[in-house]
Design a protein around this ligand. Structure first.
Ligand SMILES: *[C@@H]1O[C@H](CO)[C@@H](O)[C@H](O)[C@H]1NC(C)=O
Length: 315
């Protein structure tokens, strides 16, 4: 096929030279050559379409193979190991965090209904509330609320997969990159006065956390299952400053599993002039719901062990 094309091309060129020697004008040569040029062009086009189809087919095949449970699990495991091995050579971590930030609410994003929080300077506590009531009186109005008896089936997570790499990790006993294994190891050596919090941003760890902190039945069904979750852990950690929680999704559900934590709700930048900062302490068994009208921060209770889980959800 290729040899044939070369022969044809050679003949084509010698024919063109013959035409020039015969003193035919460029226009006349073009006219004679036209049917041949068109045929060659069409042939080339056909070939390109075939290449394209083969490429699309292969890409689709690879995609579907990689989505099957077994293959994707192995691929992600290999990928993770490779990424960790790569760390000493190239620190890719900021890229990972960037991905986590992709859907971050940004400060310049304008919240349109600042009047919604004008008169809110405290947080209601509800004991026995129906999902529709919770939605209409609080969630849809961006009004924070504490619900009691909503997370009775939540448990403190244990038995973490040591290969997980959490997002937005912050602690007083670690520097640099860390996977779950390293966090747990350091934590076991660091017996007094610590805090650590992080976000679960990959599917496996979010799924794992759902077993310990399932979506409470009191939430309206229109809310998605959580896309991200957080763990807040502290022991005898006495500080006066609040630590910012960089949420991605618009609705956060905070469940206090042990001890206490202080939470600070700061109105979004363009609502600062309308609304007040609200501070609240969350006790064991209580659940706090906050919308992205507020920026969320927390401060560990200075005594004892404190554990909270945050679920991020969207409408
Ligand atoms: C925490 O620190 C403050 C000021 O440093 C101190 O007054 C307070 O007693 C401490 N609380 C605990 C529980 O240690």
């Amino acid at each position: 096929m290729r040899a044939n094309l070369i022969t044809i091309n050679d003949e084509f060129i010698s024919f063109q030279q013959f035409c020039q020697k015969s003193k035919l004008s460029q226009r006349e040569i073009a006219l004679i050559m036209e049917p041949l040029a068109t045929a060659l062009y069409q042939n080339k086009l056909k070939q390109r379409v075939v290449y394209l189809l083969v490429f699309v087919f292969l890409a689709t095949l690879i995609y579907y193979i990689s989505t099957t449970e077994v293959v994707s699990w192995h691929l992600s495991a290999i990928g993770r190991v490779a990424l960790i091995k790569l760390l000493p050579i190239w620190n890719w971590q900021h890229l990972k965090y960037e991905r986590c930030f992709v859907r971050d609410k940004v400060d310049f994003q304008i919240f349109l209904d600042c009047e919604l929080c004008e008169i809110n300077n405290y947080i209601d506590t509800e004991y026995d509330i129906k999902p529709t009531e919770l939605d209409d009186h609080y969630i849809k109005l961006h009004k924070a609320v504490i619900v009691k008896n909503a997370i009775t089936n939540w448990k403190i997570p244990d038995d973490f997969d040591t290969e997980w790499i959490p997002c937005k990790l912050s602690s007083n006993f670690l520097t640099g990159p860390a996977d779950m294994g390293r966090i747990l190891e350091k934590l076991s050596q660091f017996k007094n006065s610590y805090f650590v919090h992080f976000q679960n941003c990959d599917r496996q760890s979010v799924k794992f956390f759902r077993m310990f902190a399932p979506k409470p039945p009191v939430l309206p069904t229109r809310l998605s299952p959580n896309q991200y979750s957080w763990l807040l852990l502290s022991l005898d950690y006495n500080v006066s400053n609040y630590k910012k929680i960089e949420l991605i999704e618009p609705i956060a559900l905070i469940g206090q599993l042990a001890g206490y934590n202080y939470f600070q709700l700061k109105p979004r930048s363009n609502c600062e002039d309308y609304c007040q900062i609200i501070e609240v302490v969350l006790e064991e068994g209580e659940m706090l719901i906050v919308s992205d009208l507020y920026d969320l921060s927390y401060r560990p209770f200075p005594e004892g062990e404190n554990v909270a889980i945050i679920l991020e959800m969207h409408n």
